[in-house]
Design a protein around this ligand. Sequence first.
Ligand code: HEC
Ligand code: HEC
Length: 382
Amino acid sequence: MLTLLCISLIAQDVGAQSFSESEWQIIRSLSPAVLQKDATNAFETNKEAATLGQHLFFDKRLSSNGEVSCATCHIPEKYFTDGLSVSQGIKPLDRNAPSVLNAAHQRWFFWDGRTDTLWGQPIQTIEHPSEMNMSRSEALSIIQQDDVLHKQWNNVFGAMESRTEDENAAMLSKSIAAYITSLSAANAPFDAFVNGDNSAISESAKRGLHFFITDGGCLRCHFGPWFTDGSFHSVGVPPLNGGPLKDSGRYGAIDQLKQAEFGAGSEFSEDKNGMRATITKHIAKRKDDWGAFRTPSLRNVAKTSPFMHAGQLATLDEVIEHYSTLENFVSADHHRETILIPLNMTEQQKEDLKAFLETLTAPLPDEALLTDPRQVNLEHAQ
Ligand code: HEC
Ligand code: HEC
């Protein structure tokens, strides 16, 4: 009895983490995570558009070899990632597949932010020679020749013949974006904790949270309910296969962003003169952008290994080790993120930080959103 009491006293001594009022203010700024509306896509929350988009997301006919769909690299059970360092489409790619869960919250899309709208993304991927390698005209004719898709399309957008091919390509992209917008996974144990349930996360996770918002300095880039500043930095992770840095990241993306066919300021946007479009118009290319990548959201991060833009780090332990030692830090040509210093963490601190990151895992969205609707319908018909 006495020993039990002693053990529990000791455990409490090591464990109990309390937060000051100013720390609580910071913690409350991290939850809840709610999607902002995207004015550039009028179909963003249209249910029928999302259903059409879901059909297209799982449709392998949209690739030149009939074997690749969006779900090949964004696998629902893997929190819409593929578990590979770099993805494999028609040909191998050189970047890691981010989750599309909660993707609608992003300010910029892709690791280098070369797109300023969510719906600017799908048609690029379908037409990309290494990804799905299919022209927009072929993709549109697949829809037109398919009874189910054709009917859904007409219901949402009206007849294809009433629009130009490029306008239809934008509609196709907007329907997939509507599906992705419906994929939210942002209600995690951490949110329950912030909402007042003190037992929703462990004492270890609370210590990790404390480190995250104080000595860890993580908050300087991973802040707000989505745990990202929406900006671009280099954290010095070496390239996947060693050697010098080759991927110019944000730097190379600026030209693409300005020329983007389906951008916020394009003729296909429903908010051509809005804030997103204006920022893109005035953005300048800076030397410091060379080798910088978007600060990823940390929501569901425990489910989306491997990590970093080329999946260079296999586990959260490796990520934490990197921030702790910065041992293999590679500096992009022009700058070094001066705000990063080795944290020299103790084993306990590393364990706690990981426990905290694990509390950001929310359940997957509704089962009905996770499968190919066509397969489900076929099963029902049989
Ligand atoms: C061959 C694998 C592959 C296929 C197929 C694929 N993706 Fe991706 N996806 C990726 C990779 C890799 C990235 C990151 C690319 C980059 O940053 O340059 C990405 C990025 C994205 C993003 C940006 C997410 C973010 O956080 O910025 C979205 C959205 C997305 N894909 C949706 C789709 C859709 C929709 C399709 C089908 C039309 C699709 N993907 C097909 C691998 C794939
Ligand atoms: C200078 C800004 C900055 C700071 C400070 C920072 N990060 Fe990051 N973090 C980033 C960027 C940028 C990336 C992506 C880098 C890349 O892909 O090359 C990243 C990637 C990550 C990833 C991988 C996520 C994924 O999906 O691949 C994790 C986990 C992470 N950071 C956690 C942390 C933690 C924990 C701290 C504090 C110890 C921290 N970060 C501090 C900017 C920062």
